[in-house]
Every structure is written in C-alpha cells, then in structure tokens.
Design a protein around this ligand. Sequence first.
Ligand code: DHE
Length: 532
Amino acid sequence: ESAGASGGSIWSKMKSWGRALGMGSVLVLAMGSSAGADPAGDYAEHCAACHGANRLGAQGPALIPETLKRMRGPKVAAVIREGRVSTQMPAFGKELDDARIEALAVWLKTPLEQVPDWGEAEIMASREMDPDYVPADEPRCGCDPLNLTLAVETADHHVSVIDGDSFEVLDRFATPFAVHGGLKYTPDGHHVFIMSRDGWVQKYDLWALHPVGRVRAGLNSRNIAMSHDGKWLAVANYLPMTLTILSTDDLSVAKVMPIVSKHGLSSRVSAVYQAPQRKSFILALKDAPEIWEVATDPDADPVYEGFVHSREKGMVEAIPSSQGLFARRRIEISEPLDDFFFTQDYRNLIGAARDGRRGVVVNLNVGREIAELPLDGMPHLGSGISWERNGRRVMATPHLKEGKISVIDTETWERIATIPTQGPGFFLRSHENSKYFWSGVFFGPHKDLMNVIDKDTLEIVRTLRPVPGATVAHAEFDRDGSHVFVSVWEDDGAVIVYDANTLEEVKRLPMRKPSGKYNVWNKITFSEGTSH
Ligand code: DHE
C-alpha cells in the first residue's frame, strides 16, 4: 500500500525529473508500451471537468491511488474505455486508443505530488446544506422510527430506507460516491450520518425522511464514529493524516487533529470507533504503534503523555497533556494494530496484527497489551459479534483468507472452536433474541451461500442459496430479531427478508448492489449481534 500521497513514489519523482528536463510525455514513452501518450494532457482534456483539475473529485469521484487501489488489475482502464453503467461516466474507447487509455490508468494510480491543505477552512468551504430541507418535530413515517433499516446501494450510490414492520421502502436518496463502513445514528435515532471514501459526510433526517446536507471532512477517509451524547462525529482520514471532528448539529468543524506519533511521525487513521461507556473515540493508527483515545466528555480527567524522572524530587513525574473535551490519550503498543473488536463493556479490544495471523488483546483501562492469540487466515475482527454461551461470553470472527469462523472465549482469550465454511467471509450478524447467527461466504466459488449457525451447538443449521451464482452477503436483523435482511450483492440485486426462526423467505426488495444494512434500534443500543 502507498504510505500517503505526499510520500513521492519513484513514479512521481521520475515525473518531476521528466518535467524538469522538459520531457513531457517522453517519460511515459520511456516507461514502455504507451508510445506518444500524454496522460496528464488526456486527463486535463477529458477527465478534469468531472473529476477536478487536481484529481480530488468534483461531481465525479477522486482519481487517486488511495481510492483506485480498490479496483485491481485492468479495471480502471476498462472503466475509461467502456464507461460505467447507470452513472454519468461515459465511454472514452472512441476518443482514446488502448495505449493512451492504459497510460492514463497507470498515471491515475500514481500518488499526487502534493496533497492540498484540507483543514478547517477548506472543510467548511465544502459544506452544502440542502435548501429544500424542512426539519421535522416528530417522525413523519407513520411507522416505528426505531425499526427503520437503511440499506446502502453501491451500484448507483443510494440509500434505501426500509420500514422494519411493513418491509416497504419509504425513501431512496442519493449519497456521495462509494459509501463505506457502517452508517452512524444519533442516540435518539433522529439523524443518520453516511461517509464516502472520498471523505464526504452526509447527514439525513429520519423523521423528515430528507437529506440535510454534506461536507467533505477529508480527501480520502475510512469511517466515522458518533460520540456518546450524539454531539460529535469523528471522521478517520488517510488523506490528509488527520481526524476530523464535526458538530452533528450543523456539520461545522469542531476540531481537526493532526495524527502524529510520539516519535513525531504522521500516521493514517485505519478506523475510528465509538466507545459510549468510556465517553470517547478509539483510533486505530495505521503507521504508528499507538492506539489513541479521544475524550468526548467535557469533564474528562487529565491524560498523561509520558513520565520524566525528576532528579531533585527523586521520583517519576507525570506530564499532563490535555483534559476535557477531545483530550487525547496515547496507548503504546508493540506494533500497529487495526480492525478492532470491542468487548461489550469496552474495557478490552482485540486488534489484528499485520501478519494476519494473530489477534492482540489490549486492555483500554490499564492501557497495555494483555494477551495474544493465534488467529491465522486474517481475522476480520471488526465484524465480530458476541453472545453468552454456557455461562461464558464468547465472540466470533470471520476470516478474510480462510473458509472458517473462529469462536473465542473473551475471559481466557482462547479460541474454543473453529467452524469450517465453504469459503472466506466478510460479515457476521445476530440479535439478542435469535438463537442463530448469519454468515455469508464472500469470496470464491461459493460466494452465493449464506450460512445460518446455531449459537449453542456452533453447527451450521441451514445453508441458503437465494440466487445461484450471485454474491450473497451481509445480514441485518430488525428491531425485535424476528426478521433478517440479506443482500444479494449484484448490480440487479435485492434485499431479501427472511423469517429469523423458520428461515423462510418473506419478501424480496429489488436493489442496486446492496451492501451494508443498519437497523436503527440495533445500532443505537449497541446490540451484541452487530458490529459497532
Ligand atoms: Fe470495509 C466496515 C475496513 C474493504 C464493506 N470496513 C469496515 C470497517 C472498517 C473497514 C475499519 C468498520 C468501520 C465502521 O463500520 O465504522 N474495509 C476495510 C478495509 O480495510 C478493507 C479490507 C480494504 C479497503 O479497501 O478499505 C475493506 N469493505 C471493504 C470492501 O471491499 C467492502 C466489502 C465493499 C465496500 O463497500 O468497499 C466493504 N466495510 C464494508 C461494510 C462495512 C465495512 C458494508 C460495515 C459493516 C457493518 O455491518 O457494520
């Protein structure tokens, strides 16, 4: 992975040397097959109007390696050549020959030479509030507003609002391009916040069933987290290397925190998590062996950055750093960890080690690593869920590189079972009222399978195959756990509603590549069956 756009890859350095020498397109020529191609010129002529002169996006998405690295192999060239169905991206196969398209695709995957400033002023300047929005004093849906389930549709960048009782779609609204990570609700379930990989944060009013506005909190972002009191929304950024904290009220900037390690190195934020019991945000740092805790409590106690040995007093003295709202605490760990699972009380987390073979348990109260367990096959701990089994609290996690689910005792931190599946999975979901958890096979030839697994026996009790050949993934329960929504993750896909007990299909809602789904109640109560 690239370590940020400003790092200066060999490509961008060569490009600069080329420019300095007045070589222009000659450099591309020298690199190989794309004789005569001038990708920068082609970009300026054909792409800049929609994607921004600086490649950071306008009405089209940003075209930088941080976003494009998700499109592996020849996909970028194919999109330039053929366009994108059901979007405004046209096909350029007639204007540009294959060599020029190839050169353009390669050029787009090179880091920006300079990342523009993206601080408070730039973020505020990007804010757009919806002129047609009229706030609602009470829910207008005539339904249980806490039993709404929102489905993200990634084919054409929309969110559908589903009534959890009638299974009717009440509204469908446009989102920014490439929404990623869980949607985050205010604690009263009145508003929802949605983040795109290009750093846009959108606010939507679930009582008025209307978008409120959006702001670009980062240039390339990972996910968002809501404060315990619903006042602040934290945005984890890769570009620039900051945490942006927004006011949930009007999307204004409360703080932009540069992420700099104890040793002075900047780091990307892999993810930010909400820890309501602790009244804080927890940050996973990508490039530094630290976990940060940022207080969302105005009365937060002072935190101490470090200790010095005082010769005169013959003792160790603590150096206070900050206190109150947004006070920052560093927890030093032996290596960077990411993809956190939190215990229900938020005392402990398990993070994935870089080698993809171990889970490391960090006690947040004492601020240090307390256990390690072997978890080969790249566990996806962020998707972990927990429940009570035989008087013990266990958690389960899928693995991204192996067809199995690990079940771990959260007191002894030992793996107590491994459930073999037909291929690696991405997500798990359950509910307090259900005896099952649901786990899709996301990768490989069996990606059309959804397993329903007994939480006691840990046996697969049913394997569903709703649309042969179509990826089926990500389940979500309704408020009382009686029904489950499952995504058929295809362009012409669907959300299928199942009876959570009989496992029979109840309804099929056509949707455009639906990915994650989020029930208001399950999210605001931090249900043990959902990822937080
Ligand atoms: Fe995700 C959640 C990181 C790729 C769909 N993903 C998350 C979260 C993190 C994360 C840290 C938890 C944030 C939250 O919910 O607040 N995801 C990563 C990666 O590092 C990874 C592997 C590589 C990357 O490109 O970033 C990655 N994720 C993907 C995808 O390819 C998926 C399948 C399609 C997509 O939209 O990009 C994908 N990720 C999701 C979804 C969630 C998610 C749907 C929310 C799950 C939930 O139930 O809460």
